[in-house]
Design a binder for this molecule. Structure first.
Ligand SMILES: [Cu+2]
Length: 547
């Protein structure tokens, strides 16, 4: 570690030489809070011009704010959102893939919410994301959503962002995302209730020399570009804490591609919730790494931090390898925490935390009694040699390669993504425990795109295979899952809605994650996809229909 990055840590007597307490530069996004069980929000989508990290930018934004406002509701509340698309008409586009031509059309996803994915009343939408890319919420149109947050919904940190296929990366990459916090029982634990709460929306708005983001190619050519994280729109914000103070931080990785690997100098990060799903016990992540709190794009973690001796400490994202040799993220300082006297005596929670009944462990008995179907799903980028049609290695035993796959070439030389198909496959067949070679790779755009059909009320066990070097983050809408195995090895189970697949998978030796899910409460069609949003936009996505 460079000496210049460590010199400020520790509790020596430099405090005496400071002329005054440093001012906080940490900014909370505007918060909109429910009243009497309801929150009604209008989200206006339009261009905004502002300065981000010293650079003048003009980007698509929600309510002229990067990030978008924080929405605060309680379990049992009803959230109503009206999406008003005031973006200009879609510009002429030369993108060869048709679905990438609508950067000003949109829709809305509430990431992690266990709510209806369909219509909840005539022309009133739940977490509906099944739009045709040519349609969606077009410039000039509006859409009304109503989300009924059940009383037993896991309380925690969620977020919202556009999800129109082909426009998601460009819009979220512009900063169109906001925090969505659900308060519940865990927030009434005295040690948590007493802690100052802060939201950290990590974003890396990706702009060209003119400060704009106007083409998918701009994102896809170099998705892991060294664009630094901003927190709530601010580069390296400063927070001030009292020695001994406990604060409650909600980390949300709203970047479109890059992981965060968060660590605070000299301090543990005590995780009590993953993706809004409370844990029974604090998970203590000590400082120093190599692994801090690792957040794939889309992941959230809620952590309790207790300030130590007076001094200045850095919140860092530690060096992280996303899987391929080309995707190393170097260490970076993302925030500065200044701890001051006098001491504020507070404490971390002692003993188990309340976990919602909906997050009870899924036992073998429950799985067997509620269907017990096991599925194997494949995430894989299918590569091609330059200037040749897509070729499929015969070892992969594709049952239905289909003409779409052979002709569906994403780009034609304009980008580094030329001649790749970002595909989802299925392997082994439903109910099969056979080892898994993929039967189908079909891009989401295909007329024969794959669909997983799931029975409402069933409980299933899925294994997601990664056949690529990179750590594709798997995300499924509506129902969280309980992770039970990594690469076939049992782990201490935990609940999440987004999980990075282990790196360095190949078609012969895929890496894997295994989880169990209760498909409860809500029928309808929704999605699962890679949360590297350029991959999603290129088709690493599949429909899940709960019937
Ligand atoms: Cu991916």
């Amino acid at each position: 570690m460079p000496a210049g990055l460590t010199a400020c840590g520790g509790g020596d007597d430099t405090q005496a030489s400071l002329p005054a307490l440093p001012a906080e530069t940490f900014v909370e996004p505007t918060a909109l809070e429910s009243v009497n069980g309801e929150l009604h929000v209008t989200l206006q989508l339009a261009y905004v011009s502002r300065v981000l990290n010293g650079k003048a930018v003009t980007l698509r934004a929600m309510n002229a704010s990067i990030p978008a406002p924080t929405l605060r509701v309680k379990t049992g509340d009803t959230l109503r959102i009206e999406v008003v698309n005031r973006l200009p008409p879609n510009p002429p586009s030369e993108e060869p893939a048709r679905h990438l031509r609508y950067p000003n059309s949109t829709n809305l996803h509430t990431h992690g919410l266990h709510v209806s994915p369909g219509l909840v009343a005539p022309e009133v939408y739940g977490d509906y994301v099944m739009d045709d890319p040519q349609l969606g919420v077009q410039p000039g149109q509006t859409r009304r959503h109503e989300y009924r947050i059940r009383a037993d919904h896991p309380p925690g940190a969620y977020w919202y962002h556009p999800h129109l296929h082909g426009a998601t990366a460009i819009q979220v990459g512009s900063g169109m995302a906001g925090a969505l916090l659900i308060r519940g029982e865990v927030d009434r634990v005295p040690a948590i209730a007493a802690a100052t709460e802060r939201v950290f929306v990590f974003q890396s708005p990706i702009t060209d020399a003119a400060g704009t983001l106007e083409s998918f190619t701009q994102l896809a050519d170099n998705p892991a570009a060294e664009v630094p994280f901003l927190i709530n729109g601010v580069r390296r914000p400063r927070l001030v804490m009292r020695s001994g103070e406990v604060q409650n931080w909600h980390f949300i990785n709203a970047a479109i591609f890059n992981f965060a690997n968060l660590s605070l100098d000299n301090h543990s990060l005590n995780v009590y919730s993953h993706d809004g799903n409370p844990r029974k016990n604090l998970l203590r992540i000590p400082p120093g790494g190599p692994d801090g709190v690792v957040l794939a794009p889309g992941n959230r973690a809620s952590v309790l931090v207790q300030a130590g001796a007076p001094g200045t400490y850095y919140l860092r994202t530690l060096r992280f390898q996303m899987g391929s040799r080309l995707a190393i993220l170097e260490e970076d300082i993302v925030a500065e925490i200044v701890v001051v006297d006098p001491v504020l005596p507070m404490s971390l929670p002692v003993g188990p935390l309340p976990v919602p009944a909906s997050l009870a462990n899924i036992t073998d008995e429950e799985l067997a009694a509620a269907g017990g179907l096991k599925r194997t799903i494949v995430m894989r980028t299918v590569f091609n040699q330059p200037d040749e049609p897509i070729t499929i290695p015969p070892a992969n035993a594709i049952v239905h390669p289909g003409s779409e796959l052979e002709t569906w070439v994403f780009q034609t030389g304009k980008t580094t993504l030329a001649n790749k198909v970002f595909a989802f496959g299925s392997a082994g067949g439903q109910g099969s425990t056979e080892p898994a070679m993929p039967r189908e790779y079909i891009p989401y755009q295909s007329s024969r795109a794959l669909k997983q059909t799931v029975a409402l009320g069933s409980v299933e066990e899925w294994t997601i295979l990664n056949m690529n070097p990179i750590r594709h983050p798997f995300h499924i809408h509506v129902n969280p899952f309980e992770v039970i195995k990594i690469n076939g090895v049992p782990i201490e189970p935990y609940w999440a809605d987004t999980i990075a697949l282990p790196p360095e998978g190949t078609s012969e030796n895929p890496t894997s994650v295994t989880f169990r899910t209760r498909f409860t409460d809500f029928a309808g069609a929704t999605l699962m996809h890679c949360h590297m949003l350029t991959h999603e936009d290129m088709g690493m996505m599949q429909t899940v229909e709960i019937v």
